[in-house]
Design a protein around this ligand. Structure first.
Ligand code: PRP
Ligand code: ZN
Length: 286
């Protein structure tokens, strides 16, 4: 195979660090943070391009890059012809309407006849239309939060993550119009070799994500409680049960989902389990 996958990542910003971390966990090594705008992986047929996030959907559509990691907010706003391959679950943020603190807010219809500054005219326009609100949208490409204080707009519509940008500009959030996270996007017409590589990468990403969502659990249980305890531990197929040296006791090994972890642990303890160990999983292949 001679193809090399070109992957566009954000040069610096909300997505950069977590994107790099994800590839690291997938065992894909490349130089990052050296100031260079391109880097070839030393152990996977991929070349990484470090770009402005807003430009990534366009580059992926045009085939300059085969894949890209971008915020869903940017992907939807730019409306380029790219395929969402996978949701990545990091860099979560929201697109919200905010107004100066201390100003009254009775609902979205307050924006009728007002000016709203945003870098997201498409998403905002769609939302206002759905709400039957007619406001003037002022598109600006950055530092949107300054608009009310310089008299450019009565409200803004911008990305909020920690909320500190709003706070330091005397604004407060009144309406969330879109929730976003990082997504992996692909050019819709990848050739077979590149599609194969993209699938290989996706498989690794899913294994890393599955591992993060699960823990390996080891515990000791009295034999009479085994049926009950193993029913609380579905595992990947079924739990592994081996006898302990102590008569009447067994060791149980399984995998437990992070989401129902605490509830399950309580039930397992109540059923008679002792010496419970919970261990992180590095990779998980289904
Ligand atoms: C957004 C937004 C704010 C900041 C809000 O910028 O424009 O500046 O994030 O984050 P906070 O709530 O944590 O303060 P973004 O990261 O999208 O930068 P960009 O427009 O340069 O891509
Ligand atoms: Zn940006």
């Amino acid at each position: 195979m001679s193809s090399i996958l070109r992957i566009a990542l954000q040069k610096s910003g909300r997505l950069s660090e977590d994107s790099y971390q994800l590839f690291k966990e997938c065992g894909i090594r490349f130089d990052y943070g050296t100031g260079k705008l391109k880097s070839v992986s030393s152990n996977f047929p991929a070349e990484f391009l470090f770009l402005r996030d807003d430009d990534i959907p366009g580059y992926v559509e045009d085939g300059v890059a085969d894949l890209g990691i971008v915020g869903e907010n940017v992907a939807v706003e730019t409306a380029r012809n790219v395929v969402t391959m996978h949701r990545l679950g990091f860099s979560k943020c929201r697109l919200s309407i905010a107004i100066p603190r201390g100003k009254a807010w009775n609902g979205i219809s307050d924006l009728n006849g007002k000016n709203v500054a945003t870098s997201y005219p498409r998403l905002l326009g769609k939302y206002l239309q759905e709400q039957g609100v007619s406001a003037e949208i002022h598109e600006i490409s950055g530092s949107v939060e300054i608009a009310p204080s310089i008299g450019l707009a009565e409200a803004v519509c911008d990305i909020v993550s920690s909320g500190s940008t709003l706070l330091s500009n005397g604004l407060h959030e009144v309406e969330t119009i879109f929730r976003s996270e990082a997504i992996l996007v692909a050019n819709p017409t990848l050739d077979d070799e590149r599609q194969t590589l993209a699938n290989k990468l996706l498989f690794r990403i899913k294994s890393v994500q599955a591992a993060k969502n699960n823990k390996y659990i080891v515990l000791n249980a009295p034999n009479e409680a085994l049926t009950h305890i193993t029913s609380l531990l579905p595992g990947m197929k079924s739990p592994t049960v081996t006898p302990l040296a102590t008569e009447g006791w067994s060791s149980v090994h399984s995998v437990i989902n992070e989401n129902d972890f605490w509830e399950n642990i309580e039930a397992i303890r109540a059923a008679g389990a002792e010496g419970i160990l919970v261990i992180p999983i590095e990779k998980m292949i289904h």
